[in-house]
Design a binder for this molecule. Structure first.
Ligand SMILES: Cc1cc2nc3c(=O)[nH]c(=O)nc-3n(C[C@H](O)[C@H](O)[C@H](O)COP(=O)(O)O)c2cc1C
Length: 393
């Protein structure tokens, strides 16, 4: 396992936050699999899916989004952390990841206005009669607003202040269960047009109570959640927040030009003051059908590392550590981002789906493991032999 302790590479150097040492700077991105049942319990699918990234040398392996309330599920296949029954299967995953020398991270989430929809391979649209006929009826999502996220989608219920207080408590309970399951790191998904982003962005938030209006009103729920999390998540363990650092919705930005990088910088400072350690820097997704990626792809050519400037700006301007994510594809690119001081951690999503051994391959690209020593010994001895004697025809 790359521990990078003596390596000149930053990607393979350790990183310390609170009482936790990250073995290297690579974090496997949260990636929903939609492979659970309606109970949201992690199965052997999730065990092997996450376990293989630890075998592949990632310093940190993050679970997909774990829903703090069943109403917040994207689909009937989402994972949950809304009940004590979720803890044991997640703990099994965390234990295995840690046994490989990696850190186990959990992401807490609520899909808000984008809940109650089809799995991606079924179309990602709102659940309807066809799904109801096969036992997956739609439910009414909740949001900051009663406006559907996209025309023709379910009309959400606008959360009342009392319901917001329940939701804040649900995040705290989720954090407590993640701690009980033994996770080392916690990440809160406040991006991509889901519930928390629906409060942050003036594109979506049309409230006139204390949870809407100006920056202080729109960020109130997120700051209350951060405070609640720190009551349930151990003091010596790091807490991350994933933000959509900009909205990318100029066409919808009728108020305040949408959520801007200046807002993210200001929020990062407020979150940091409440015990948040890292801003996980994504973008887009507000009032868009998908996570935002499809939308961004249509609006701008996605270059490698297209979201790195947000991680850079927040790190520089707010003085808060950041994680860069999005189209980071190879070791030299990841190493450069760190060397240039643009982020502290590197998050790898789709490239890891394609290549679960991405960290070990990146190490070789950077010349750190020419002898296969960083690989699990049961693979490394064979790969060494393969190099010496070659493969049979
Ligand atoms: C299959 C898939 C599922 C995803 N699920 C989540 C998720 O559960 N939570 C989240 O914050 N982002 C999710 N994302 C976004 C990724 O975490 C990541 O931000 C995005 O894929 C960009 O990084 P990449 O270019 O390295 O893939 C998902 C992406 C993919 C491809």
């Amino acid at each position: 396992m790359p521990d990078g302790a003596t390596s000149p590479s930053l990607l393979f150097s350790q990183y310390r936050l609170r009482g936790v040492t990250f073995p290297n700077r690579i974090v496997i991105a949260p990636m929903q699999m939609y492979m659970s049942g309606p109970d949201g319990i992690a199965t052997d699918w999730h065990f092997q899916h996450l376990g293989k990234y630890a075998v592949g040398g990632a310093g940190t392996v993050m679970t997909e989004a774990l829903m703090v309330d069943p109403i917040g599920r994207n689909t009937y296949g989402d994972l949950g952390i809304w009940s004590d029954a979720h803890v044991a299967p997640l703990a099994r995953i965390a234990r295995f990841v840690q046994s490989c020398g990696s850190l186990a991270a959990a992401q807490l989430h609520h899909c808000g206005p984008k809940a109650s929809r089809q799995r991606p391979w079924e179309g990602l649209g709102p659940l309807g009669e066809a799904e109801a006929a096969r036992g997956e009826p739609p439910w009414q999502p909740v949001s900051s607003t009663a406006t559907p996220t996209v025309d023709g989608w379910h009309r959400p219920h606008r959360l009342t202040p009392a319901e917001i207080a329940d939701l804040v408590r649900a995040y705290g309970a989720g954090a407590g269960r993640a701690a009980e399951a033994g996770f080392d790191v916690l990440d809160i998904h406040a991006a991509h047009g889901y519930l928390l982003h629906s409060f942050l962005s003036p594109v979506n938030n049309d409230r006139d109570d204390r949870y809407g209006g100006d920056f202080a009103g729109r960020t109130r729920i997120v700051l209350e959640i951060a405070e609640e999390l720190r009551l349930h998540w151990p003091e010596d363990k790091p807490l991350f927040f994933r933000l959509s650092c900009v909205d990318w919705r100029a066409d919808l930005d009728t108020r305040n030009d949408g959520w801007k990088i200046e807002d993210s910088i200001a929020l990062a400072r407020e979150l940091s003051a409440r015990g948040v350690d890292v801003i996980d820097c994504s973008s887009g997704g507000i009032r868009a059908p998908n996570s935002g990626m499809d939308y961004i792809y249509k609006r701008q050519p996605v270059k490698k590392g297209h979201q790195v400037p947000y991680a850079d700006a927040i790190r520089r301007e707010a003085g808060v550590p950041t994680m860069a994510v999005g189209a980071i594809v190879d070791g030299p690119q990841a190493e450069r981002i760190l060397q240039e001081g643009k982020a502290d951690l590197i998050c790898i999503g789709r490239q890891a789906l394609y290549d679960p051994h991405w960290p070990l391959h990146a190490a070789r690209e950077l010349g750190i493991d020419p002898k296969w020593e960083k690989w699990p010994p049961s693979y490394g001895w064979w790969l060494e032999l393969r190099d010496r004697v070659g493969l049979a025809d």
